[in-house]
Write a protein that binds this ligand. Sequence first.
Ligand code: UD1
Length: 417
Amino acid sequence: MDKIVIHGGQRLKGEVLISGAKNAALPLLFATLLAPGRHRLANVPQLRDIDTVAELLTTLGATVERADGLFTVGADAIMSIEAPYELVRTMRASVLVLGPLLARHGEARVSLPGGCAIGARPINLHLKGFEAMGAKIVLDHGYVEARAKRLHGARIYFDLPTVGGTENLMMAATLAKGTTILENAACEPEIVDLANALNAMGARISCAGSDTVTIEGVEDLRPLDYAVMPDRIEAGTFMVAAAITRGDVKVTGAVASDLEALIAKLRDAGAEIVEESGGLRVKGPRRIESVNIKTHPHPGFPTDMQAQFMALMTLGQGTSVISENVFENRFMHVCELQRMGADISIEGHSATVKGVKGLTGAPVMATDLRASASLILAGLAADNTTEVARIYHLDRGYERIETKLKQLGADIERVRA
Ligand code: UD1
């Protein structure tokens, strides 16, 4: 299995270009199932999760052509309505196929995703929403079977703001009869990107990005022609990389309004952040201050940046309390950071991080996508050599991270097994 080997201690300097957002590209690719014709989606990152969607779309009968970041999807003939276990288990976001299939084809059969490393992650809120729109839902042999001749509009209140649930129901509601109102909806920038793309296809969605989204159903949609937004989590990861190495990096493609909570916390930690044309420039502090963070749905501090920020806090001057409020089991990186000399203790949903003078390089193992990124960040700041194993997690969500870090001056390489 491939691993990443880092010789820490280099200050990162220069400019890095952020790729298209994984979490925006995934629903957008599924949205192609809503309309016949040839869809074009640009700025799609090259990632393992994107390969999985392409495979799933092909399994359903769509044609997928890719040239660099440009995807052309032909969704005229859908031959199958089933998302099989083998694909869903490698990528939970496969459940986003439910809404588009149900809306355009009146039925879908999708494997239940099951648990994952960071928690139980059920899809009950997606299913409750489809039922409110008139779908009959049956659970059969590990699969969700959903049927509806034509979905109808409904008022749907989410018990908690779910990103995937909001996206799935928003896509389904575009072709439903009547108006759907999603209350306590998630407000993430990727939801706004999806709504903009759907509206360009002829949908009528208003107030996406607020907690109440209204969708007036239409009879049909045009093919998609759109470019995916930049990845705010990749941008955030490079911003922390600049901070932890006391470097000076321009992160091109970082959008300040999508990253407000992270920017505020990085500034509190001592980093200097300025907006420059097309991105953000981050200068790491001489002395990293310890700050507390609590993860929350957008616009709160993103759970997808918690592990990376914790790597920074291991070197803070003081004590930082990091509370994880979105997922139940998202501290898997802690044991690995401890192996590198970090002083962290966990109690319930909170981790107390006492800053240490320095981290020491060590062989460590990635446990999930963002945990992998946090170990790489720690390795950049540690002395000697850090080897990060199981990097297939990393390849799910970061496009050529080692190449990009190398261009900034990091001593890092991928060792192929
Ligand atoms: C998305 C992101 C993921 C991010 C997460 C939270 C994608 C592909 N993934 O995941 O990177 O970490 O948002 O920002 O965009 N929940 C339920 N029932 C449901 C649905 C969710 O209880 O039906 C719970 C989950 O267990 C979790 C919380 O709601 O505790 C938030 O999950 P959700 O926002 O749905 O995350 P995802 O869409 O899976």
